[in-house]
Design a protein around this ligand. Sequence first.
Ligand code: MFK
Length: 562
Amino acid sequence: MSDFFQQGPQLENQFLSDRVLRSLLKRKIPAQFLPEVEADLTHFGERVVTDILEMGQEAEAQPPRLVPIDPWGKRIDQIETSRAWKELDRVSAKEGIVALGYERPIGEYSRLYQFAKLYLFHPSSAIYSCPLAMTDGAARVIELMGDADLKANAFRHLTSRDPDKFWTSGQWMTEKTGGSDVSNTETIARPDGNGFRLYGTKWFTSAVSAQMSMALARIEGAPAGNKGLSLFYVELRDAKGQLDHIRVQRLKDKLGTKALPTAELILEGLPAKLVGGPGDGVKKIASLFNVTRVYNSVCAIGYMRRGLALAQDYAPRRIAFGKPLSEHPLHLETLANMQMDFESSFHLTFYVAELLGKDELGKATPEESACLRLLMPVTKLYTAKIGVALASEMVESFGGAGYVEDTGIPVILRNAQVLAIWEGTTNVLSLDMLRAIDKESAFAPFIALCRRRLDKITKAELVPSVLRARDALARVEKFLPLVAAAGGDALQASARVFAMAAARVCAATLMLEHAEWEKNGWAFASATRWCAGDLTPGLTPEHFVDPVRLQEARSVGLNSTS
Ligand code: MFK
């Protein structure tokens, strides 16, 4: 019998070994702040492959449990979470993963610092990043629209570094009637003299281990549709920490994100406070989900990087057909393409983080703010789709071992799938991009900023790639008016292809800009390789303006002859 045992992949310090992150921070964060940021990330990069990784693995292995009734028959609806899940909450507070976004220790660059930390944390955290996303979004809503009481209390809890004071928040939108179509919300808010009481069912509420939530409900008598919805602040627990005026119908049995307690909640007169006055609830909660969508992108690139770190470490260790995988041309080509997909997603996401940090402090130009509005949905949808595909490729790169649970590899694929669903599916976000173009006139600023970036590149060896990026940008620019002019369904039908092309072209400009700055060869190799590929796949206006083809989509898509 053979005494051969394959060595598994090893994870090094996830900050020190990440040349893409380190190089970008070096370029973006002013020199006087950089040593402190790097020191903190170096420490944290070690924790995410040691104690935090162990907590995440333990939390994944011990999913939450609903205890509806106590031993004596009393209804308690208690959700029991693991020791590790609770510890992840404390670690998040102490490390300031949400707090950094509001302490703003390095001003407009604080979001870059914070999201670098989140990016390291997420793949080890058993998706504790989800409650943190909603917590950050809720803090932003209170910062923008909260009254003095919310600012003095809830906001301080959400942004605290003290684990005993730290709160997380939920985000209650989804109902059985609507899903993505939030305007169908049926939850009713009845005035009770003091504030309001909520009655209804929230169908998909993640992180019910939270202390508070932001919820959408319709004040009794308010009109149908999104204008009639209002935004409310609710606290979930009584003084003993038990859920109060909330019945838990069941915990969801999900494909992944198993450590995260996601529940169907029945609200039975839950006390609620109106946030930002009555009406316009969807518009108000957009301030929350625009933040969680950026988190989603950061988490997607966090998973991509973790998948690559594992696959790249494994490639020289695994011998097959007489040599290590790292010497097989096809394996190398596959890894290189994965790295390209990651780097394009990485640069887009950190660009959004940079713009968000500026926008929140009033330091973004109107052009940058409009571009941010467009790039939030585009980056979310692009990184999520790439995240799922890359997770699948990463599993495959380990062969059968990647399909085996106790390697810790399959969980990444299962969890990554949610990134393309929650906080808006790919199609919902493609339509949100059209909303940004229509309502915020975001397209011209987006094109102008991309073009200006290309115009500044001077290195001779980058010129052929700049020309390709410029051509691709022109295709994106021309596509929209052509398709919009066709009227009918053309614009909506093309929105996903268009969003993907916008993402790829924007990433090209960002990668080229970075290659212009970075002295080492790798950034140049990445940018030129990316630009050599197809930056606008499927972006053929003729397809979408052709009424016959659009008609055919009905019969082909539904596999029907009628
Ligand atoms: C690991 C990372 C984790 C992330 C956390 C995961 C936690 C998961 C918890 C969940 O809750 S998942 C469920 C998430 N659900 C969604 O994200 C909702 C998806 N659906 C949409 O986004 C729809 O596009 C939307 C509900 C917004 C469509 O509704 P409507 O009623 O058709 O919207 P309409 O009339 O276009 O917009 C209403 C107003 O909001 C408009 O403003 P005006 O009243 O001034 O015209 C819009 O401009 C504004 N608005 C909509 N989306 C916006 C926005 N404003 C800014 N940014 C946006 N993104």
